[in-house]
Design a protein around this ligand. Structure first.
Ligand SMILES: Nc1ncnc2c1ncn2[C@@H]1O[C@H](COP(=O)(O)O)[C@@H](OP(=O)(O)O)[C@H]1O
Ligand SMILES: [Mg+2]
Length: 277
């Protein structure tokens, strides 16, 4: 019997591709006249598909999903954390079935993504992410830890900061951190507004932008898969105070992060310290 790949990284890529194809089909079928209906259907179709395949092919693993009330409310007072199975599981899939839901509902936009990451309790890295894939269906690509992309090229202009080419900082289209305009001016950068944390981190991975800074709110599922791929590629990924990103915590809120090439990390962290430390 043929099935999806056995190896977790390749399985994550397969799952992201399956969900991506379903989402592309949904956009074609529903059109863009009712954005609210398209967003709701996109979240549901992708979540149901990923949940079904995980239950079938990885039945013993835990799941933390944006669309799953049970895992989402693990920190809330009314939920007994002992009853949340992912908190005692050794392997937990952290998924965002549709990241950049808003952009998904806008015709022509390609900055939306499917996130599939695997966290394990005994991983050797602080973030604990051992596999991951970021599907970018409208860009016809999936980035994954199974075949980590090449480290992005470093141009001499970017290395000198303030040289001929300005640094490019990806930022949320709809909720950029309030300090980011001042910070960008200070480090000689210009902002590149984009939807979806996955699409922005993918843009750092491919070298389209030099860094992604976010603050003010996000959850583990918004960054787990893209951070897994970014770090497999050798990029820097941390909280904006430089501390480690941690996943499968009882409280899945993970409100800020910096992803960039390693050569830029200390300068951007110093600037972040000045602007919001
Ligand atoms: N202040 C905030 N609070 C909570 N979530 C936020 C947030 N800012 C961004 N996000 C989430 O991070 C993802 C990327 O956001 P953005 O496109 O603005 O960069 C989106 O995920 P979803 O599309 O999965 O909801 C969005 O909901
Ligand atoms: Mg998201």
């Amino acid at each position: 019997m043929s099935g999806p790949p056995m190896i977790d990284g390749a399985f994550a890529r397969w799952l992201a591709a399956q969900a991506g194809a379903a989402l592309v089909g949904l956009r074609a079928e529903m059109g863009f006249s009712d954005a609210g209906a398209l967003k709701a259907a996109g979240d549901k179709v992708s979540h149901d598909l990923i949940r079904t395949e995980l239950a079938k092919w990885r039945p013993g693993d835990g799941v933390l999903s944006e669309e799953d009330e049970g895992s989402r409310l693990a920190w809330a007072a009314e939920v007994n954390s002992a009853s949340v199975s992912r908190l005692t599981a050794d392997r937990v899939w952290i998924i965002d079935p549709l990241d950049g839901t808003r952009e998904f509902s806008e015709q022509g936009r390609v900055d939306w993504a499917v996130h599939v990451a695997l966290w394990t309790r005994h991983a050797s890295t602080p973030h604990g992410l051992v596999a991951g894939a970021v599907g970018l269906p409208a860009q016809h690509r999936v980035l994954g830890t199974d075949v980590p992309p090449a480290y992005p090229p470093m141009t001499p202009e970017a290395a000198t900061m303030g040289g001929a080419r300005q640094l490019r900082l990806a930022a949320s289209r709809s909720r950029p951190p309030v300090f980011l305009t001042d910070l960008a001016e200070e480090v000689g950068a210009h902002l590149v507004p984009m939807g979806s944390a996955g699409a922005k981190i993918a843009a750092v991975i491919t070298g389209e932008v030099d860094a992604y800074i976010h603050a003010g709110g996000q959850y583990e599922w918004d960054s787990a898969a893209p951070v897994a791929v970014a770090t497999a590629t050798g990029l820097h990924a941390s909280r904006i105070d430089g501390s480690a990103l941690r996943y499968n915590e009882a409280d899945p809120r993970l409100p800020d992060l910096l992803v960039c090439r390693k050569d830029l990390a200390s300068r951007l962290l110093a600037a972040l310290h000045r602007h919001c430390g």
